[in-house]
Design a protein around this ligand. Structure first.
Ligand SMILES: Nc1nc2c(c(=O)[nH]1)N[C@H]1C(S)=C(S)[C@@H](COP(=O)(O)OP(=O)(O)OC[C@H]3O[C@@H](n4cnc5c(=O)[nH]c(N)nc54)[C@H](O)[C@@H]3O)O[C@H]1N2
Ligand SMILES: Nc1nc2c(c(=O)[nH]1)N[C@H]1C(S)=C(S)[C@@H](COP(=O)(O)OP(=O)(O)OC[C@H]3O[C@@H](n4cnc5c(=O)[nH]c(N)nc54)[C@H](O)[C@@H]3O)O[C@H]1N2
Ligand code: SF4
Ligand SMILES: [Mo]
Length: 711
């Protein structure tokens, strides 16, 4: 019998059972956390039980198993804190609100409404994201609002909208994966980033699926592949041109589908005919033979699915790269039927819902557009304001920080993000944040950005906060509060409503619960692309989530999209020629290697949460660089020794790890650490012209052994 069980049996105990959902990735696994309090024991103990549900089927990964730790540690932000002479002192909520109103009014009267900007996040519930968007437009009337999902889903989102008419991460249910006979996993590391989904792929394999992985390095995901295309970082669009060319040459095009359901074939065909496979092989580092093998496997399979994630999307041609992967699905007619589809594997817990309800610079709720007169009129009607009162569109997240640097923006309100670590070119971002006249951060933990703030507001954490989140399938799930908020923390939406009230706009924010907000969101999204009108809390309590679009309360929600048509003119999807594209920064004698960045299993994003979880922190205490042993030898890098990595923009110091299966011209560093291990000190701030996604996945660096100055 375990010590805990012994204790439980012998001493009077109480239990708090918390039904919840993991706060981390887009799968949104359901779980139960039980707090055991034993009389006489110093602190409670916890057990975690995975709960069956449609996506995770009752699995949890190591992050979910330990997700109670960071919320229940002693390191929470428990009350508003004001920076005075460099240190934070506790103040009351009323003092905090008074200060914000005073500062905001001052800044607005001096520089105008657009001198205040809001910066949101994909961890926020749909309700809080909705209120944040409304707060920007109705309470502050600033055009400057954007969110961390810009770095996450913007390339896939803009490509999905253009090519397919809708951006819903997966075009079908997860259960379709098992029916696919060929699966392309491009720049996605599901084994570490959505681990509980792996069994869908292993079951597909057992059913005979051929798996093709595209990644410059070996990962837990590429290891399940039958064929691994070790592409040069940033060269996916070009690689797909090779695949498409072979499909044409080998007559593996689904002519009926292309003719009846798509537009643009002639242009795509003539573009591909002008390309040379040998050149493509050279540019991508993948042999023509391998490209042929991959194209034939996908083209000949009766069913197939294509998945992309940030490896493909976080590029300066991320939008067009995704368009090319969609070309692949369309050209072969592998979309809109069982076992077929395209999926952008969404990242954050509410990465999907977070991009639908108005925290994006150009967006209004329901995926409506702020520059479209009809959309403006509709949403203004729901909000009870004149459409002319709505500001126009602002700029993307990083561009906002550049405006902070240029002092066009004087105050920033950050809610659920850690921009100092997650933006590219972090040294410039730090300079920008330090120039702000007033930085407010709402968080429940002390992030690196919060440390720079003038004022920190304590937000409630997932266990304490009711709201809906939309998972990677486009399924809306209700997560109910399972315990009271710690200290004086409040839900994000409540903070915003109380502030709106003090700004004299309370009438537009008279919400008394998350459900109240959801009911307005339902109306605001009604008839939009992401239509939530038919979804209610009552339904969500009874059903295991509801897929959008769901236009009426008796509508079942749409599980598979595009079965008969695409929501585009004539109901047809759009094929598009995509140019071969080189990353913005090329290797040079001074910076001879390509750096790519990403994730590991144990940590989440900028690590603020997982670094405070003792079990997770203990597994990976610091950052590292993955290097091919031959490259390591060339640059005299010993395994486990510290390495200095340098780009044109900055320097970081990380531990050396050998990986015999990474490209020799490429090194990989995860993004989960700050300070001298913040990999974004190295990354390039060039943005994709369409969606403004930064090219996080490629920049040029040099590496050398770190020799301490103290030796
Ligand atoms: N453990 C963990 N899970 C997470 C997260 C986390 O931080 N930690 N974050 C969540 C979020 S917000 C997101 S967005 C997702 C991200 O999920 P993923 O996109 O799957 O994760 P990444 O590690 O960023 O990148 C995926 C792979 O792209 C590869 N790659 C790098 N450059 C290129 C390239 O040029 N081409 C191709 N084809 N591949 C390339 C990398 O080697 C990496 O293996 O994960 C979610 N889940
Ligand atoms: N080099 C490089 N950079 C990257 C990426 C990459 O692959 N490479 N990936 C990019 C991607 S995909 C993403 S999504 C971004 C993520 O970038 P960030 O948004 O900066 O990352 P997080 O660590 O999730 O930061 C969230 C913060 O909000 C807090 N928080 C969590 N939930 C809530 C909540 O409900 N309310 C409030 N008020 N606070 C909350 C957390 O404690 C944390 O401090 O990073 C991007 N940056
Ligand atoms: S991190 Fe993702 S896969 Fe792991 S338990 Fe949480 S939601 Fe599930
Ligand atoms: Mo993300």
């Amino acid at each position: 019998m375990s010590r805990l069980m012994e204790q439980l049996r012998s001493e009077p105990a109480s239990e708090l059972v918390m039904d919840t959902q993991c706060p981390f990735c887009s799968v949104q696994c359901k779980m139960q956390i039980i707090e055991h309090k034993v009389d006489g024991a110093q602190s409670p103990t916890y057990s975690v039980i995975p709960k069956p549900n449609l996506a995770s089927e009752g699995r949890l990964c190591i992050k979910g198993m330990n997700a109670y730790q960071h919320v229940l540690t002693g390191e929470r932000i428990l009350h508003p804190m004001l920076k005075k002479d460099g240190t934070f002192v506790r103040i009351s909520w009323e003092e905090a609100y008074e200060l914000i109103i005073h500062k905001f009014n001052d800044i607005r009267s001096q520089y105008g409404s657009d001198a205040i900007a809001l910066y949101g996040g994909g961890s926020l519930t749909n309700e809080s994201a909705y209120v944040l968007g409304k707060f920007a437009r109705v309470a502050l009337r600033t055009k400057y609002i954007d969110y961390n999902g810009r770095f996450c889903m913007s390339a896939a989102a803009s490509a999905g909208v253009k090519a397919l008419g809708i951006d819903r991460g997966l075009t079908n249910q997860l259960s379709d994966i098992e029916q696919a006979r060929c699966i392309v996993l491009a720049g996605t590391n599901i084994a570490e980033c959505q681990p509980t989904l792996m069994p869908y792929f292993t079951r597909a394999k057992e059913n005979g699926a051929y798996i093709i992985a595209i990644d410059p390095r070996e990962t837990g995901t590429t290891r399940i592949a039958d064929l691994h295309l070790r592409v040069k970082p940033g060269m996916d669009a070009t690689l797909v041109n090779g695949l498409l060319k072979v499909l044409l040459e080998e007559d593996l095009v689904d002519r009926d589908f292309v003719q009846q359901r798509t537009k643009g074939f002639a242009e795509l065909k003539s573009h591909l005919e002008g390309l040379d496979l040998t050149e493509i092989a050279e540019l991508t580092g993948v042999s023509a033979e391998t490209i042929r093998q991959a194209a034939a496997a996908y083209g000949k399979a009766p069913t197939g699915m294509v998945f992309t994630a940030r490896g493909v999307e976080q590029q300066t041609d991320g939008h067009m790269s995704v368009r090319n992967f969609i070309n692949l699905a369309l050209l072969t007619g592998k979309i809109g039927r069982p076992g077929c589809g395209y999926g952008a594997v969404t990242g954050q817990g509410n990465g999907q819902g977070g991009r639908e309800h108005g925290q994006k610079a150009d967006q209004l709720p329901g995926y409506r557009l702020i520059e479209n007169p009809e959309d403006r009129a509709y949403v203004a009607g729901v909000w009870g304001i004149d459409p002319d009162e709505l500001p126009g569109k602002g700029v993307s997240a990083y561009e906002m920080l550049v405006k902070v640097h240029e002092q066009e923006i004087r105050s920033l309100f950050v809610m659920a993000s850690n921009p100092l670590i997650s933006n590219p070119n972090a040294n410039l971002v730090q300079e920008a944040l330090e120039k702000l006249e007033f930085l407010v951060v709402a968080d429940f933990l002390m992030s690196e950005t919060a440390q720079l703030a003038d004022l920190i507001l304590p937000a409630s954490a997932y266990l304490e906060n009711t709201g809906t989140l939309t998972n990677l399938e486009g399924r809306v799930l209700l997560r109910e509060a399972a315990r009271p908020a710690a200290g004086e923390a409040k839900p994000d939406w409540e903070i915003l409503c109380e502030l709106a009230d003090r700004l004299g706009r309370g009438a537009y924010f008279a919400f008394s619960s998350a459900e109240d907000i959801f009911n307005e969101l339902r109306l605001a999204s009604r008839g939009g692309v992401a239509d939530y009108y038919g979804i209610t809390y009552e339904r969500l309590r009874k059903e295991e989530g509801v897929y959008w679009p769901c236009p009426e309360p008796d509508h079942p929600g749409q599980k598979r999209l595009f079965e008969t048509s695409f929501p585009l003119p004539e109901g047809k999807a759009l094929l598009t020629p995509v140019d071969n594209h080189l990353p913005k920064e090329q290797a040079s004698p001074e910076y001879p290697l390509y750096l790519t960045t990403g994730r590991i299993l144990t940590h989440y994003l900028t690590g603020v949460q997982t670094r405070k979880s003792h079990s997770l922190a203990a597994r990976d205490v610091e950052s590292f660089v993955e290097v091919h042993p031959k490259t390591a030898k060339k640059y005299r890098l010993d395994e486990e020794a510290l390495v200095k990595l340098e780009s044109r923009r900055g320097v970081v110091y990380v531990r050396c790890r050998y990986n015999a299966d990474i490209r020799e011209d490429t090194v990989f560093v995860p993004m989960h650490w700050g300070d001298t291990q913040n990999v974004n000190k190295l990354t390039l701030d060039a943005l994709d012209p369409t969606c403004k996604m930064p090219g996080f996945k490629v920049c040029a660096v040099n590496v050398s052994p770190f020799v301490s100055e103290f030796y």
